[in-house]
Design a protein around this ligand. Structure first.
Ligand code: F0G
Length: 460
């Protein structure tokens, strides 16, 4: 049905609404100034379209809300846990399922056990919390995607793939006993939300078998990734996205999921493993820090909503709408002349601010300038993924820039309509008109780490 739909429409209707405040440009200028030109410090009630993240910001369905009323809040062996465990076992094919309060809790448990001094983790790209949890154990984290995938212009179907040749070299270089795990992140959030092919994961499985290294799938967007495989990889068009996700997850030794994404819930996480001895170690840590093994960090109603969300996310019409509506925004922006990371990924559109704001030097944060302009012009909240987020200083205090100066527009699931997206597109016409006049920013306060969350800036 969805292939025949000529106009992209939402395959759901609205039953509950949350009013949005319509503000003026003057109001937004004041609000942004008060927030130190950092959109993390804005009040969400002063934001019109919130593209800060797709994590935990989605809308639940009527079935999920109904399920919440059925949540079994028993401390141990709750019915809601049995429901969630059944769904996740079927999805992953793994026997040991641990619930956690969110993705990073699962990361802390698993990488706390596998990591340690002198250990190395290798991934297509580690997400920031993944890297932080690994480095916290004293281990190091190495990112390896193919060189051509780093070029924002090149049109390739699976730019999220891990570089298999480089992986072999690294394993030999570090010694297989020092490689704690290989982590494949699907889709690859930190490099444009780009998908990973099934062929790449199958090859990865073979390499992990050869060297006896565990393969972890960081699959918080595994359903979105499956849609790309179905439509881009030979041999998958007649399979359902659920079948594709199941096939991929069966290639892993462990699965980590921030359920706040494709779990379609506002809070939740999962850790699943194949190996019994490893599961015992994980469960012991889970009990110390998250909760008993049949609830982890979650209430019964959370588990009920997640069990239902993990089924709903594989609805083919939903996934078609989801991926196409992200692409709709990205493709229209590109047609207007906005430089975007290409092709468009699953959950977000990434804009190359260095290309767009050529007049703003890197040490004046062109990405943050675009983030500020989007808020002032349209009440749109985005996030800079560039030198404000990742920049460091040399001995002389000069900025060592990040690899790219990107701005991410992450789309919450089932929250905004096509007309909201069209509104965002209109605001970009104003951005294009202003692009040669806009100014850079300087940092006036920054904390010692993860500075982008709380830094304050001023206009130059
Ligand atoms: N792994 C990936 C690939 C992620 O994108 C995230 C979160 C996590 C792990 C951590 O999960 O937040 O539940 O603890 N990504 C969010 C984002 C925060 O905005 O991209 P968490």
């Amino acid at each position: 049905m969805s292939e025949k739909m000529r106009t992209l429409t939402e395959p759901f209707k609205i039953k509950m609404v949350e009013p949005l405040k319509v503000t003026t440009e003057d109001f937004r200028k004041e609000a942004l100034k008060a927030a130190g030109y950092n959109t993390f410090l804005l009040r969400s009630s002063d934001v019109f379209i919130d593209f800060l993240t797709d994590s935990g910001t989605g809308a639940m369905s009527d079935k999920q809300w109904a399920g919440m009323m059925m949540g079994d809040e028993s401390y141990a062996g709750a019915k809601s846990w049995e429901h969630l465990e059944r769904v996740v076992k079927e999805l992953t094919g793994m026997p040991y399922i641990l619930p956690t309060h969110q993705g990073r809790a699962a990361e802390r448990i698993l990488y706390g056990i596998l990591g340690g001094k002198n250990k190395v983790f290798i991934s297509n790209t580690h997400f920031d919390t993944t890297r932080a949890n690994i480095e916290f154990t004293g281990a190091s984290a190495i990112d390896i995607i193919y060189d051509e995938a780093k070029d924002p212009e090149i049109d390739l179907p699976f730019k999220g793939n891990i570089n298999l040749e480089k992986l072999n070299e690294l394993i030999i270089h570090h010694g297989k006993e020092n490689v704690a795990a290989v982590i494949i992140t699907v889709t690859n959030n930190s490099s444009g939300g780009q998908p990973v092919s099934m062929a790449n994961v199958k090859e990865l499985r073979k390499i992990c078998n050869t060297y006896n290294i565990p393969l972890v799938i960081d699959g918080c967007r595994v359903a979105e990734n499956a849609y790309f495989i179905k439509h881009r990889e030979e041999g998958y068009i007649n399979k359902s996205c659920e079948e594709i996700a199941k096939e991929m997850l069966r290639l892993g030794d462990a699965f980590i999921m921030s359920a706040k994404k494709d779990g379609m819930v506002n809070m939740g996480g999962l850790l699943t493993v194949k190996d019994e001895a490893l599961s015992v170690k994980c469960k012991n840590l889970l009990i110390i820090s998250e909760g008993f093994t049949t609830y982890g960090g979650l209430s019964g109603r959370d588990m009920e909503a997640l069990a239902i969300g993990l089924t709903e996310v594989f609805d083919e019409d939903y996934l078609h709408y989801r991926i196409r509506s992200t692409a709709y925004l990205g493709e229209k922006l590109r047609n207007k002349g906005i430089p975007v990371v290409w092709p468009i990924g699953g959950h977000a559109v990434y804009i190359d601010a260095k290309q767009l704001y050529k007049n703003i030097p890197i040490n004046q944060y062109p990405g943050q300038a675009l983030v500020c302009d989007l808020y002032i012009k349209g009440g749109i909240r985005a996030v800079e993924v560039g030198s404000l987020m990742f920049g460091k200083y040399d001995d002389k205090g000069e900025l060592i820039p990040a690899t790219n100066e990107l701005v991410r527009l992450a789309i919450p699931r089932r929250v905004y309509t096509q007309s909201h997206i069209d509104y965002v597109l209109d605001i970009f016409d104003d951005i294009l008109k202003l692009k040669n006049q806009t100014q850079g920013y300087k940092i006036t306060y920054e904390p010692p780490f993860l500075r982008h969350f709380t830094a304050r800036l001023d206009k130059l």
